[in-house]
Design a protein around this ligand. Structure first.
Ligand code: GUN
Ligand code: ZN
Length: 449
């Protein structure tokens, strides 16, 4: 039986990029309604026009005066790092060895992986994030836990098993063969199951042998519908190590390109210290540069050049990078993005920031036909925001003169406290709820870790 529901409030979404299309890029409806049939958006527009068209038994939820947007999208973060966040005093390579690789080993245990997956997804939803591209640990159990919990919440998530076979503790390494076989089995089991999508995830060239890089490239060629996610050009010491391990291609991006890992579905984390040739390689390949502002500041990695990426025609996505990053909130992430751009004499309007975390990230992830918009046909993943949720914000908003100024206050001072509700496929989610995992048959995999 079809179920129709209507969600009423102040609506904001994007149909184009504000940095190129200006005010024509956004839609703002002061008293609007989203009509949802079986989890999909059927219609969107003025309440006065749509309410009379609803069937008599339609449920109407009224969120006025709150602002309703498409659920936020986070293009890069790490499940095993929920207890790595806020680790003191190190830059990337030391931070990986001292904190991250220690904590990630705990994900070998399915009970720990399940605990992290529940916390992680609940925290994302509480922050208004309904889709994310997620690195699990090297352990198959962590991917199982993440997808099982995501399936139970019906969220659209992209995730993958990290592939790493050197320069890491023995307990965290796989091999070229087991990484290939396990990733392949996970793709067969999870990619396209419900709303789950798989990302082939070689961690970065430093932790993969040429054999494993080739295996990852083979997976990408055999599964062109899957994303590839990895790290590049984040930290000077990392870059020197990468080029020392792989001198032939001549630059970091060339290494990924050599192994067939730089394509239009490649989500390349950080991209801070890029050469002219690397920008060109990205542009030609259509590879996505993923900007992680809170992480880049926290780890002292450097400043992402947003204007350069745009000028080169390189698609940009934005992300929290938990737990190098310091907040699950995409609002807080964009507040830090604004500051990173300010340090380079660039600006980021509130419209551009809110576009980036909805339609912009959906496009970069090639999911814009499904999520990131309130246009009919899209999946009804929504975030309901109270821009005046805190005393400081309510006080500041007394002087806001227009929508642009109100939204700039929201982006600059906002976080999870502004999230009044989150909807997944039209269903309101209680982030504190712990849905019981659906029964699942154990996978048959090459590597039982
Ligand atoms: N490079 C390789 N692995 C990681 C990671 O886990 N976090 C960050 N920030 N950079 C990385
Ligand atoms: Zn990362």
């Amino acid at each position: 039986m079809t179920e129709t529901k209507a969600i009423r409030g102040r609506l904001l979404w994007f149909v184009d990029d504000p940095e190129t299309a200006g005010d024509a890029a956004h839609r703002h409806v002061e008293d609007g309604v989203i009509v949802i049939v079986d989890g999909l958006i059927e219609a969107v527009g003025e309440a006065s026009i749509l309410l009379p068209t609803l069937p008599a038994d339609a449920a109407i939820v009224d969120h006025r005066p709150h602002l309703i947007m498409p659920g936020f999208i986070d293009a890069h973060l790490h499940l095993p790092q929920t207890q790595v966040i806020a680790s003191y005093g190190a830059q990337l390579m030391e931070w990986l060895a001292k904190f991250t690789f220690v904590e990630e080993q705990k994900c070998a245990g399915p009970a720990h992986a399940r605990k992290l997956a529940r916390f992680f997804l609940n925290e994302l939803l509480a922050s208004g994030t309904t889709t994310a591209a997620i690195y699990c640990s090297v352990h198959v159990a962590s991917v199982e836990a993440l997808f099982t919990e995501s399936q139970a919440r019906n969220t659209r998530m992209i995730a993958g098993k990290v592939m790493m076979d050197r320069n890491a503790p023995a307990a965290l390494t796989d091999t070229a063969d087991t990484a290939y076989a396990d990733s392949k089995a996970l793709i067969a089991r999870w990619h396209g199951r419900g709303r789950q999508l798989y990302a082939i995830s070689p961690r970065f060239v430093v932790t993969s042998t040429p054999e494993q890089m080739a295996a990852a490239g083979r997976l990408a060629a055999e599964h062109p519908q899957c994303h590839v996610q990895t790290h590049i050009n984040e930290n000077r010491a990392e870059i020197a190590f990468a080029n020392e391990l792989y001198p032939e291609p001549g630059d970091y991006a060339g290494i990924y390109q050599h192994f067939g890992l730089l394509g239009a579905r490649s989500l390349m984390g950080h991209c801070i210290h890029m050469t002219d040739r690397e920008w060109r390689r990205f542009a030609q390949a259509g590879a996505v540069a993923v900007f992680c502002p809170t992480s880049n500041l926290f780890l002292g990695s450097g400043l992402f050049d947003w204007a350069r990426a745009k000028a080169e025609g390189v698609p940009v996505a934005v992300a929290t990078d938990i737990g190098g990053g310091t907040s699950y909130s995409m609002l807080r992430t964009m507040a830090e993005a604004y500051k990173v751009l300010q340090l380079q004499g660039q600006s980021l309007s509130a419209f551009a920031a809110l576009h980036a975390i909805t339609r912009g990230n959906a496009k970069a992830l090639k999911l814009d036909h499904l999520v990131g918009s309130l246009e009919p046909g899209h999946e009804a993943d929504l975030v309901v925001l109270d821009p005046a949720a805190t005393r400081v914000m309510a006080h500041r908003l007394e002087t806001a003169r227009d929508l642009a100024e109100e939204l700039f206050v929201l982006v600059t001072l906002g976080d999870e406290r502004n999230v009044a509700a989150t909807y997944v496929m039209g269903e309101r989610i209680d982030a504190d709820r712990e849905p019981s995992p659906q029964p699942s048959t154990p996978p048959v995999l090459a590597n039982s870790r």
